[in-house]
Design a protein around this ligand. Structure first.
Ligand SMILES: Cc1cc2nc3c(=O)[nH]c(=O)nc-3n(C[C@H](O)[C@H](O)[C@H](O)COP(=O)(O)OP(=O)(O)OC[C@H]3O[C@@H](n4cnc5c(N)ncnc54)[C@H](O)[C@@H]3O)c2cc1C
Length: 300
């Protein structure tokens, strides 16, 4: 690790941060430090950092906007890499869009709607980045990102640039299979022409639905569990009496049982214990094994 740190320090200087707290980089506002945190501004920087980590056998993790993560209280060992402003472009050409992986997914959705391009308006209100959205196969209200992806550009764990076509990728519910530790740098989408006013109206309707259903004002990471086939995690949790259940400063939201909220200073351990409690109670009560949607990362 020290050798990697020295090598990266020589190239990136003060841009390399050691022991950087990750809580502030997540929507949950929970989590310990990264051994080493680097924001790559260009693809050559990203490639060099990943190649160096590979050579030194140090694990590398790509952090997006941190809206689907539970980072452990002990933090993340190895290199945590984020993508900077060099990866936030959105380029439109007829129905095609080239989106930098660090662009906000919401900005892409808004711009597409304003240009009268449909197929991605389901994403209105989904926070996070384009790269994170691709990894999670983000979706809502019957739509998902998988349906509009043409090409995914990125860098593999050895630091080599690669492009994978949408057809080559295996998408499933809130999951995309990618090569190990693949860091996405850009996603190319193919949308369809639509009526701008209709698209605006659809996006506004989805925004209103979301506002009525989701807890506001307290840090969270979106849905904690995936919906099991034919059912809703929120309903199962509510039936199991978990709405409002609290451990330390973490609690299942009183507004929507499938959200855990940070009431202020919550620990990752408490969130994890609530997740496990809910899994065992729901299994006992309805026989359903709930699978976490939020990704738990770091050293537990
Ligand atoms: C209030 C709220 C509402 C939400 N509503 C929805 C919803 O309706 N539908 C939905 O699907 N999700 C929803 N989410 C969850 C979350 O917003 C999505 O999963 C989002 O796509 C995650 O993107 P991110 O950039 O924050 O990724 P992160 O949380 O940072 O990371 C998620 C995963 O993606 C990986 N990753 C991120 N960027 C890259 C990259 N460039 N290359 C390689 N790997 C990368 C990370 O390593 C990690 O494994 C919601 C979250 C919140 C807080």
């Amino acid at each position: 690790m020290n050798r990697l740190e020295q090598e990266l320090r020589a190239r990136f200087g003060a841009r390399l941060r050691t022991g950087a707290p990750l809580a502030e980089l997540t929507s949950f506002r929970i989590g310990g430090p990264a051994d080493v945190l680097l924001t790559a501004e260009r693809e050559d920087e990203l490639r060099a950092a990943l190649a160096a980590a590979w050579r030194e056998r140090v694990p590398a993790f790509c952090l997006g906007a941190g809206t689907n993560l539970l980072v452990s209280d002990r933090g993340v060992r190895g290199l945590v890499v984020r993508l900077g402003d060099g990866f936030t472009h959105l380029e439109f050409e007829d129905v095609r869009v080239r989106a930098g992986a660090a662009a906000q997914f919401g900005a892409l959705v808004r711009e597409a709607v304003e240009r009268g391009l449909g197929g991605i308006e389901f994403g209105e209100g989904i926070p996070g980045s384009v790269g994170g959205g691709l990894v999670m196969n983000a979706g809502a209200f019957g739509g998902e990102i998988a349906r509009v992806v043409r090409l995914v550009h990125g860098v593999n764990e050895q630091g080599e640039a690669l492009a994978l076509s949408g057809a080559e990728l295996k998408f499933s519910y809130r999951r995309t299979e990618l090569p190990p530790r693949f860091v996405i740098t850009r996603v190319d989408f193919e949308l369809e022409h639509g009526d701008r006013e209709e698209l605006r109206a659809r996006a506004a309707a989805l925004r209103a639905k979301r506002a009525a259903r989701q807890p506001r004002g307290l840090p969270n990471a979106g849905s904690i569990f995936k919906n099991p086939p034919g059912s809703f995690a929120g309903r199962l949790l509510e039936n199991a009496g978990l709405k409002g259940a609290r451990l330390g400063a973490a609690a299942f939201s009183t507004e929507h049982a499938n959200f855990i909220v940070n009431l202020g200073g919550a620990r990752a351990e408490d969130v994890r214990a609530l997740i496990e409690l809910a899994q065992s109670r729901v299994k006992q009560q309805s026989g359903v094994a709930l699978e976490a949607e939020v990704r738990m990362i770091g050293e537990w």
